[in-house]
Design a protein around this ligand. Structure first.
Ligand SMILES: *[C@@H]1O[C@H](CO)[C@@H](O)[C@H](O)[C@H]1NC(C)=O
Ligand SMILES: *[C@@H]1O[C@H](CO)[C@@H](O)[C@H](O)[C@H]1NC(C)=O
Length: 183
């Protein structure tokens, strides 16, 4: 009985912590734009487990549109080659908080730039309320390697969101994706 009460309180505190994630203070989209590499990914979907070893640090390009929205172009190394996709993030009234429609999951998701210093790294939470199928934490670096202290910050954040350690990945660089010479 006592254990049950404690568990319920802990779960409620966990949920409050999730709702409490705030974007980077004074978020500046201009400084956030440009090239990033996704050097870390926390994702606990059972369907993704088989692909964990195949994950590579994809390159992404953030384009700041005149209306304040964002295009994110990602280049992913896949078994059928290097594929680029464009994701359209729409601004909200809160700087650093975007929404987008996931065609894969057929739902709206929120994108929170939790922490960035623009020149080295960015910690991004996709879908605040933890859900194994929908929630991801990504660590972006301006280069394909980031400092260990940044990796540790990413891992601690993901563990704190409820991701099991095995689902927190720091993939090796993608090879020739995008192909050298193109962009
Ligand atoms: C943003 O993405 C949309 C949809 O893919 C595309 O039509 C548009 O040209 C892009 N804009 C820029 C500035 O890249
Ligand atoms: C960004 O973070 C890196 C690594 O922690 C640090 O070396 C760098 O000085 C920081 N840059 C700014 C502008 O704070």
């Amino acid at each position: 009985m006592r254990t049950t009460v404690v568990t319920v309180v802990m779960v409620m505190c966990g949920m409050m912590a999730h709702a409490d994630v705030k974007p980077q203070k004074d978020f500046n989209l201009q400084r956030f734009a440009g090239r990033w590499y996704r050097v870390g990914l926390a994702y606990d979907s059972p369907r993704f487990v088989a692909f964990r070893d195949k994950l590579r640090a994809s390159m992404g390009m953030i384009t700041h549109l005149p209306n304040g929205n964002v295009n994110l172009t990602m280049w992913d190394a896949t078994p059928v080659g290097c594929i680029s996709r464009v994701y359209k993030y729409e601004k909200t009234n809160t700087p650093g908080l975007f929404t987008y429609f996931s065609t894969r999951h057929n739902m709206m998701k929120d994108i929170t730039v939790v922490d960035t210093n623009y020149t080295d790294y960015a910690l991004v939470l996709k879908h605040k309320v933890f859900n194994r199928e929908y929630t991801q934490v990504a660590l972006y670096g301006r280069s394909q390697t980031v400092r260990n202290s940044v990796i540790q910050k990413f891992k601690a954040f993901a563990l704190g969101r409820g991701f099991p350690a095995a689902s927190i990945l720091t993939p090796p660089p993608a090879e020739n994706c995008p192909p050298s010479g193109s962009g």
